[in-house]
Design a protein around this ligand. Sequence first.
Ligand SMILES: *Cc1c(COP(=O)(O)O)cnc(C)c1O
Length: 218
Amino acid sequence: MGLSEIEARIDKACKAASRPREDVQLIAVSKVQPNDRVEAVLRQGHRLFGENKVQEAAAKWPAFKAKYDGVSVHLIGPLQSNKTRQAMELFDAIHTLDRPKLAKTIARLAQEMGTCPDLFIQINTGEEPQKAGVAPSDADGFIADCRGLDLPIKGLMCIPPVDETPSLHFALLQKLAKRNDLPGLSMGMSSDFEQAIAFGATHVRVGSAIFGERTSSA
Ligand SMILES: *Cc1c(COP(=O)(O)O)cnc(C)c1O
């Protein structure tokens, strides 16, 4: 597989769902991938990437951003409070706002810095104890609290449980977003992005299907 095949599959999934292609952004998830693979995708003209670790992104992206215009990098992995400032400086969007303490820290830093990345709230749609994210039953309250802090909440994000039908989780996320008037839905990975598009995904996060298998886990 590769970038052009994934682009073609996204086109097709948008047509099947009667959605305009420009409503879906492809986040190429470059975590752990060797730099030559990442650069190959940059050379093909792709400009939107996802990373799941602040440290790794800080080591990789400043140089690529200096070399290629218009690059955006989104954080799609968990954010520790003590790395919030660095993350806000580095990323154009954070998809993993998942707790009140982090919301307060981001709000305080946004005041101080005068700018804030776009934010997505991670919802633990499968209510898995080991997974980050706000419980679906707490979502409405947490979204309201974030809005009360003036945070630029753009949408919701989920990572469905590996052993369950993802579409049930995509449908739940879509319902929560709709009821809270949020336009963004960050959902769908290499194995299920077409289904996510059918349920309204605006940001699909695709890694291995573009770059090849990751050589170490992340
Ligand atoms: C790694 C990762 C992806 C991409 O996974 P693939 O299966 O390689 O497409 C998407 N979202 C998150 C949150 C990830 O950590």
